[in-house]
Design a protein around this ligand. Sequence first.
Ligand SMILES: [Zn+2]
Length: 431
Amino acid sequence: MQFKRLVALAGIGLVLINCKNDDSAKEIEEDIAEVVEEKKILEFGFNLNDYVVKRDTIRKGDSFGEIMERNKIGYPKIFEIAEKAKDTFDIARRLIPGKPYTLLCSKDSLEIPSTFIYQPNIEDYVVINFKDSIEAYTSKKPITYVEKTATGVIENNISETLDQKGISQVLAYKMADDIYAWTIDFRRLQKGDRFKVIYTDKYISDSIYAGVHDVKAAYFEHKGDSLYAFEFLTDSIKGIRDYFNDKAKNLRRAFLKMPVKFGRLSSRYNLKRRIAYYGNRVRPHKGTDFAAPVGTPIMATANGTVIESTRRGGNGKYVKIRHNDTYTTQYLHMSRQTVKKGDFVKQGDVIGLVGMTGNTGGPHVCYRFWKNGRQVDPFKQKLPEAKPISDSLKIRFLRHIKPIKQQLDNIFFLEAEPKKVETTITEDPIL
Ligand SMILES: [Zn+2]
């Protein structure tokens, strides 16, 4: 399909001088065979070989008029172009400094531009063509999704393992924060834990890497447990996707593990805690402390209704949320609350900021967790599943994952070489 032109190189003359012996015919043949392939370079729907291509970025204070003037297009023409292009793209106002543009110019000594192409982002571009008549349109660079697989064995942590294989760290975040956030503590991975993953990478124009798009399925061996995860669209109208294991159990839980994204667990729930300050007497700590800088957002760990948002004694400024008949949570020592009594909050909503109000030696959030009116250790709870899959959906799910599970099971751990199998798909695999 692709148009190719063969261009013979010079050099035949030299051979002809020596054509007295019998080898000469062969020599000429060999020389002619030495050709260069000139490929059609397609970009923005143009064959760039037909033009002198000038690429630049919009400079501060640049206007379309100035760019045109620098490139030998005069004023009545500039007005005409801007006027005719206006309905598609208002070039007089919408050029942003730092964004790239391309001029396609005539392939003669004058190098007169005939097309202006502006890229407001890496996917979209605007074409203003003014060779003969003036036309303007916007378009998108073609996007492809490439399915890949990867495996890894943990030496120290997952970031390091991915790094050594040249795989994007986004894959680590997706596994730690989205997929296995409730089932595996990624800060406590063990040497020898290993994983397999099937994911898609996004590319623009087949060449520009635009990051990990999606994780289709994963398998994690942690402390001898095998944990499968399969992505599944549970609500095609709302576009809700969740990860389920091979038994159709939702991997997400009704509760987040921690109320802060990047906090350090500084003190666990401990009924036998002894504190020197109190004469080494037992002072039980019924909360779980997460140290984080002042101002760090504190999230509601589950959906619920705010039943208290106030300041009191050693608790300082705090928020208490009732999730249902069974569970209630509380978040202490805030620098300020961002919700008030009666507010309904969703899992992950910011309810306040980390502070040092009340009795505290340093900035942290003390997280308290009640089950049936009794304060318990949230890390020791078998927390409820987020949303069980319906029976009819379960049948569809199990049918859906059958070939994917087979694909996962057939990936072998090849630790010498990163195993990367690639399949190109042009449609968004999620939709
Ligand atoms: Zn505490």
